[in-house]
Design a protein around this ligand. Structure first.
Ligand code: PHE
Length: 423
């Protein structure tokens, strides 16, 4: 049996069809396959594309001509690329079928743009990259979670000859340091999050400064409004198997700390394996939706996918503008309760709801799905769960009949899939 997959072609923008064998690991539903063809980050009036361009321009302004732009790559990558090459432990939760879409036992829909690190590094075609792509994770459904989102990843390599890094640092200071009104709090490294022993302290310092100054400058540029008091940022220690040390950067926005990106010094083992043992480098990754929602004031992640003129017509290339909400149509919710199999996973339920809605031609009518009650029978110890599904359209008022029909479809699928009784 074959799974047919359409893939965008970089040069022609056309789709080409590739076949992947289906096996017992396959868990990519139709509703997700249809998303692989869209490429929101390449539509000029999409806030995601506008933000992407801003970020590219920033890096270009800092170091002109250094960062090769990579886009349009197929979302199907091997398990080796998505996990093994990045030193992600075999038992890491991100490998589980409840978190990741498996095309088959050898391929997944990339869960992050880091999946392209090993092949880009091995190609040795540039010393810097900015990769933008759609990424896929099985997840809950609410205003900030969608199973497809977009990431951007940056990589910068330096030859381990210190002059190269020093030159880059001097250029950087000229271009960005002091340009932005920001106030940054540092963090001290501790525990396992230490520098790699193969790197000299001068190498470590220079690479870290280069990385941090680029990111501080970038977010200063994106978030700072004229005449405002200094923008607060803080570095937090983090863990990523592919970088060491690792950090997250947080920015204070409207009184809350917002995590804006993860980053670190690339594990030397990754550089060695890709034929770059004479290099040292940094990498960062950020989620475009999370940042765009804040900068453009977009309250619900589903809106990025909306084709409604009232949304689409609001944005112009190269301009960050605030979204003006249009009137919301009323929501309605319905509950479904059932006895669960011990193997049942909440993410399976969320995915099933999306699939049924897609079959009804109504995927984006599901606004949120939440677990509202778990009950364990005192005698039989059987567990029952109650989920609340909230339905709403951005485009019209839903009729009772259409919601009923969709909800019945969901109940029927619960019985078919898990062979359980609806309570
Ligand atoms: N891939 C990481 C994520 O998806 C982000 C990251 C990229 C972190 C590169 C460090 C370096 O969360």
């Amino acid at each position: 049996m074959k799974l047919v997959q359409c893939i965008r072609n970089a040069a022609t923008q056309q789709t080409k069809v590739c076949n992947f064998e289906v096996d017992s690991m396959t868990n990519v539903p139709k509703s997700i396959l249809s998303k692989t063809k869209v490429g929101l980050h390449n539509l000029p009036a999409s806030p995601l594309c506008i933000l992407k361009e801003k970020i590219i321009n920033w890096f270009d302004k800092c170091e002109s001509g250094i960062y090769r732009q990579v886009s349009h790559q197929s979302p199907i990558v091997s398990i080796k690329e998505n996990f093994d090459d990045l030193l992600i432990p075999k038992d890491h939760i991100s490998r589980s079928a409840s978190d990741t879409y498996y095309v088959n036992s050898k391929h997944v829909l990339r869960t992050h743009t880091s999946a392209h690190q090993s092949s880009l590094l091995a190609s040795k075609s540039a010393i810097g990259y900015l990769v933008t792509a759609d990424v896929y994770r099985r997840d809950e459904i609410d205003a900030t979670h969608y199973p497809v989102f977009h990431q951007m990843e940056g990589i910068r390599l330096f030859s381990r000859n210190l002059d190269d890094i020093k030159v880059a640092k001097v250029k950087l200071e000229k271009n960005i340091v002091g340009n932005s009104n920001i106030n940054v709090t540092e963090t001290e490294l501790s525990g396992n999050n230490m520098y790699q022993s193969t790197h000299s302290s001068l190498e470590q310092d220079l690479v870290t400064i280069h990385l941090k100054k680029h990111l501080e400058g970038l977010f200063g540029h994106l978030f700072q409004r004229k005449d405002e008091k200094p923008l607060q940022m803080r570095w937090i220690q983090a863990y990523f198997p592919f970088t060491q040390p690792s950090w997250e950067l947080e920015v204070e926005y409207r009184g809350k700390w917002l995590e804006v990106c993860g980053c670190g010094v690339i594990q030397q083992r990754i550089l060695d394996k890709s034929g770059n043992s004479d290099k040292i480098g940094w990498a960062f990754g950020l989620g475009l939706e999370r940042i765009a929602m804040v900068l453009f004031d977009i309250p619900d992640i589903r809106l990025f996918w909306s084709k409604d003129e009232r949304f689409v017509s609001q944005f112009q290339p190269n301009k960050i503008s605030k979204f003006v909400p249009f009137s919301k149509y009323p929501a309605c919710y319905k509950d479904v309760s059932f006895w669960c199999d011990p193997k049942f996973h909440d993410n399976d339920f969320f995915q099933m709801v999306r699939d049924v809605a897609e079959d009804f031609g109504a995927q984006d009518l599901v606004e949120s799905v939440s677990l509202i009650d778990t009950f364990v029978h005192p005698k039989t110890l059987k567990m029952s769960k109650c989920f609340r599904i909230q339905y709403r359209s951005f485009e019209r008022t839903l009729s009772n009949e259409e919601v009923d029909e969709l909800h019945k479809g969901i109940q029927k699928m619960v019985t078919n899939l898990w062979n359980v009784e609806i309570r």
